[in-house]
Design a protein around this ligand. Structure first.
Ligand code: ADP
Ligand code: MG
Length: 448
């Protein structure tokens, strides 16, 4: 291997993943422009979907069942709201969504969900003699008609169940619930997972005005003034606010490198969800694998091993493990590689692998920071107020250094004022939050 080619290749590689402070600032006007377009009928890469709900007061009370359909799991939760800003999960069950269900028919998918709910009801002795109010978190872009109905715009992540796009997901789920004898369960609130996360954050902190997901996919919502939502029909008070689901995963004004393009081509939704493909758990591992495969092909890494990393062989969770290895000889990484069938590795091989992971996850964090800052400066250009950002998702929770890198990048952008942006973990927020929204919706219906 020629030393010069090797170092110049790496230099170029790292540069193609670099996001400088200037680049982060450069994204702000582009993001604002797309937000503005999305709020009108014109539309753009950001769908800016109205959620038909504003923030909770913190006084909502009662026990609600929440359904949370994410990208990987389906969860059912029983949540108790004490009317004092505390939401307690009393029971929770998780069901892994089988691949056949993700890619089968819509009816099969909603039947799977209804069947899981039935198991929950039995296991947790939920009283089904009386009508029960349910909140449903649906983590896909949907056009809501009101707080309890919404039409799937398009599938994202790895979902492709047929016959659902363009349909009302609440009616489909209600049909399946009826089939399983669960007609007493009435879905009275539908929310995107970002909106649920936001509600969970805002229930205990009135300064919360942004909700974010960093999980299988990524997305965010924020609190917008009604007067700015040009595409919304009239009938609202000028002083009202409404939560907007940005669907920021689809932001398409980011510079792409050759690996982004390669990854995009291999997905079920080419040319879509460009930003999500740089940030979220479903894609980071594959991006790292594509870089690694290129290094292997060029004989820059693992030269003594017949290494081959096929699609799916490097997951985001593996990257977490790789980055968490602080041992001198990178023993954990060695173990992971041996498990993957790569036996003869050097410390510098393992170090390079770690740096590749850091390069990819750092870019993810910095693009995320630029997006967070864009959303906040859209609401508050001079950062004159305090903003709490509620964040849910396993990537944010578990990826070593991810949240620190975001905070660091926000500091680069805003200096001392970055303190006004408080990032908080809203664990299970996408589930507990929709219970809060169900309570808000129930109160609204009961009031004159
Ligand atoms: P969902 O997005 O389905 O609601 P999660 O928020 O739990 O679910 O996110 C799941 C995703 O998180 C997985 O697809 C995986 O990529 C990522 N993930 C899981 N464990 C880890 C980990 N230890 N480190 C980094 N990412 C992880
Ligand atoms: Mg989720």
């Amino acid at each position: 291997m020629e030393k010069r080619t090797y170092s110049s290749f790496l230099l170029k590689l790292f540069k193609s993943f670099d996001v400088t402070t200037e680049m982060m600032w450069g994204l702000h006007p582009l993001f604002h422009e797309e937000m503005k377009r999305g709020l009108t009928d014109k539309g753009g890469s950001l769908k800016m979907l109205p959620a038909f709900v504003d923030r909770p007061t913190g006084k909502e009370k009662g026990t609600f069942i929440a359904l949370d359909l994410g990208g990987t799991n389906f969860r059912v939760l029983k949540v108790r709201l004490d009317g004092n800003g505390n939401a307690r999960v009393e029971n929770v069950e998780r069901f892994v969504i089988p691949s056949v269900v993700m890619h089968g028919t819509g009816t099969q998918m909603f039947n799977f969900i209804a069947k899981s709910i039935q198991k929950f009801v039995v296991n947790n002795k939920v009283d089904t003699t009386k009508t029960k109010k349910l909140g449903f978190t649906f983590s896909f872009p949907m056009k809501q008609l009101d707080i309890e109905n919404g039409i799937l715009v398009t599938w994202t992540k790895d979902f492709s169940a047929s016959g659902v796009v363009g349909k009302n997901v609440v009616s489909m789920l209600s049909d399946s619930l009826r089939q399983f004898g669960l007609e007493v369960l009435h879905i009275n609130a539908l929310a995107n997972d970002t909106v649920g996360t936001f509600a969970a954050g805002a229930y205990k902190d009135p300064k919360c005005d942004v909700g974010i997901i960093f999980g299988t996919g990524t997305n965010a919502c924020y609190r917008e003034k009604i007067v700015n939502i040009k595409k919304l029909a009239r009938g609202y008070h000028k002083k009202d606010h409404m939560i907007i689901n940005i669907e920021w995963g689809n932001f398409d004004k980011l510079p792409l490198n050759e690996y982004d393009l390669k990854l995009d081509k291999s997905t079920k939704n080419p040319r879509k969800q460009r930003m999500e493909k740089m940030i979220s758990g479903m894609y980071l591992g594959e991006l790292a694998r594509l870089v690694l495969s290129d290094l292997i092909r060029r004989k820059f890494i693992f030269v003594n091993s017949k290494a081959k990393f096929t699609k799916g062989a490097l997951k985001t969770t593996n990257m977490s493990l790789i980055e968490s290895d602080r041992s001198k000889d990178l023993i954990k990484i060695k173990g992971f590689l041996e498990h993957a069938g790569i036996l003869k590795t050097t410390v510098s091989d393992r170090n390079l692998l770690k740096e590749i992971c850091m390069m990819i996850s750092s870019r993810a964090a910095r693009v995320s920071a630029a997006a967070i800052s864009s959303v906040i400066t859209w609401m508050d250009p001079k950062l004159s107020k305090h903003h709490t950002v509620a964040i849910d998702g396993t990537l944010y929770e578990r990826y070593p250094g991810f949240s620190k890198r975001i905070t660091g990048a926000l500091k680069e952008l805003h200096g001392g004022r970055a303190k006004r942006i408080k990032l908080t973990k809203a664990k299970d927020g996408s589930g507990t939050g929709v219970a809060i929204i169900a309570a808000v919706a129930a109160k609204k219906k009961n009031s004159p």
